[in-house]
Ligand binder design. Structure first.
Ligand code: NAD
Ligand code: ZN
Length: 362
C-alpha cells in the first residue's frame, strides 16, 4: 500500500492511493465530509459488470444515496451527447454542489466524468477510480478532463482536479491483454523522459510485470505516478515542463489519426517513441546503442516498433504533426532525448526531418 500527495505551491491538493482492494475507499470518502451528500458512480459496461456493485456498497457505508450510471464503452462515446446523459442523471437526482461524482473506469470514463464534474453547477467534486493501466499511471492524474468534438480528440475540456485518486490493482486482472500492453507506451515513456534507473528496472522486471505480479505492479505504478506527479506539479497548466509528457505523442497522434483509431493509443505512442528516438539519435544526442535498446524494450513489452502494409505515407504523417496542438509560432515543439532519462524541448525539427524518421517505422 502506497500513497502519493499531489501539491500545488506546496499545499496538498489530493492523494493518490495505491491499494489491493476497495476496502479503504469508504474512509477516503469519509475524509471528504459528504455526510448528507449524494454520489453518482459513472462507469462503462465492461467495467461496471465486474466492479460497480462492490464499489456502490462500499461508498454506501459513507453516503446513503449512491446511484450508478453505466455508459457505452469506447472512445467513440467520448462526446458531448454522453456528457448530456450525465447532466440529465445529475439533474434527475437533484445533485447539488456538495455532492460527488465517482469515475470508475479507464481514461474515457475518467475524462468524461471529470468534465461533467468540472461544468455541472460550475464545478462539483469527483473521485477517480482508474481501472485501466493507462488511467492508473496517466489520465487519472493531473486534472485534464474533456471530450472529443467533431473529429478532434480532446477538443473541448477543462482543468479540474479530482478530490482523490484511488487505484485498486486487483481490477487489472480483468483488463484485456492488448489494453494492458498498451499502458506500457506511457510507462516506458516515463522512464525515457525522466528516470533512467526506472527504465532499467522495467527492463529487468519485465516478466513479473507482464504476468501482472502484485509486488512489481505496485512498484511500477508508484514510480510512474511519481513521475507524472513531479511533472504536473511543476507545470499544472502545460506551459513548459509538462510538454515533456508529449514524448512520442507528436508522431503517435498523427499515426493514431491515419489508422482511424484502429490501433490503441499506447501502440501509436510506441511507434512515435521510435520516431522521436531516431530524431534524438540524428541530432547527435542519443547514442545508437540507446536507440536500439529503446526499440528492444518496446518489443519486450509487446508494443509495435514498425507498421507494415499501411495505406498512408510518411509525408502525410509529417504534415499532420503540424496540426498538433503543441505548436508555437508555427514551429512544432518536438520532445527529444539527450539520453535515456533526459528529455528536452526541441523547436528546430523540420517537417522533412520528421518525414525521414517516420519512413523508418513504415
Ligand atoms: P478506455 O477507457 O476506453 O479503456 C480501455 C478499454 O478497457 C475499454 O473498453 C474499457 O471498457 C476496458 N476496461 C478498462 N478497465 C477495465 C478493467 N479493469 N476490466 C475490464 N475492462 C476494462 O481507454 P484508456 O486507454 O483507459 O484511456 C484512453 C483515454 O484516456 C483516451 O480518451 C485519452 O484521450 C484519455 N487520456 C487522458 C489523459 C488525461 O490527462 N486526462 C491522459 C491520457 C489519456
Ligand atoms: Zn498518451
Amino acid at each position: 500500500n502506497k500513497e502519493l500527495i499531489i501539491t500545488k505551491e506546496d499545499n496538498p491538493i489530493y492523494t493518490i492511493y495505491i491499494e489491493n482492494n476497495y476496502n479503504k475507499l469508504s474512509s477516503v470518502i469519509d475524509k471528504l465530509q459528504l455526510e448528507h451528500g449524494k454520489a453518482l458512480i459513472v462507469t462503462d459496461s465492461n467495467i461496471g459488470i465486474h466492479y460497480a456493485q462492490e464499489v456502490k456498497s462500499i461508498v454506501n457505508q459513507s453516503i446513503p444515496f449512491v446511484e450508478i450510471l453505466t455508459l457505452e464503452p469506447g472512445e467513440a462515446n467520448k462526446n458531448i451527447e454522453t456528457i448530456q446523459k450525465i447532466y440529465h442523471t445529475l439533474i434527475s437526482y437533484q445533485f447539488d454542489r456538495k455532492d460527488i461524482l465517482i469515475a470508475l473506469g479507464g481514461g474515457v470514463v475518467g475524462d468524461m466524468t471529470g468534465f461533467a464534474a468540472a461544468t455541472y453547477l460550475r464545478g462539483i467534486r469527483f473521485i477517480q477510480l482508474p481501472t485501466s493501466l493507462l488511467a492508473m499511471v496517466d489520465s487519472s492524474i493531473g486534472g485534464k478532463t474533456g471530450v472529443d468534438y467533431l473529429s478532434y480528440k480532446n477538443m473541448v475540456g477543462a482543468f479540474h482536479q479530482p478530490s482523490a485518486v484511488y487505484i485498486n490493482l486487483q481490477v487489472l486482472n480483468t483488463l484485456p491483454e492488448r489494453e494492458y500492453y498498451s499502458g506500457f507506451g506511457e510507462i516506458i515513456k516515463h522512464g525515457l523522459i525522466k528516470d533512467k534507473s526506472y527504465y532499467r528496472w522495467l527492463k529487468s522486471n519485465s516478466s513479473s510485470i507482464l504476468s501482472r505480479e502484485n509486488e512489481s505492479l505496485t512498484e511500477m505504478i508508484y514510480r510512474s505516478c511519481s513521475i507524472k506527479k513531479q511533472v504536473v506539479e511543476s507545470d499544472p497548466h502545460e506551459n513548459g515542463e509538462r510538454a515533456l509528457l508529449n514524448f512520442g505523442h507528436t508522431v503517435g497522434h498523427s499515426i493514431e489519426k491515419q489508422l482511424n483509431f484502429s490501433y490503441l493509443h499506447g501502440e501509436c505512442v510506441s511507434l512515435g517513441i521510435v520516431a522521436a528516438a531516431q530524431l534524438s539519435y540524428e541530432h547527435g544526442n542519443l547514442s545508437i546503442d540507446e536507440l536500439e535498446d529503446i526499440k528492444e524494450t518496446l518489443k519486450q513489452f509487446k508494443l509495435p516498433v514498425c507498421l507494415s502494409n499501411v495505406s498512408f505515407s510518411s509525408k502525410i504523417i509529417a504534415q499532420t504533426t503540424r496540426n498538433d496542438k503543441k505548436m508555437e509560432a508555427g514551429q512544432i515543439k518536438f520532445i527529444l532525448l539527450h539520453s535515456i532519462g533526459a528529455a528536452y524541448i526541441d523547436k528546430t525539427i523540420t517537417e522533412q526531418e520528421i518525414e525521414s524518421a517516420v519512413q523508418l517505422i513504415l
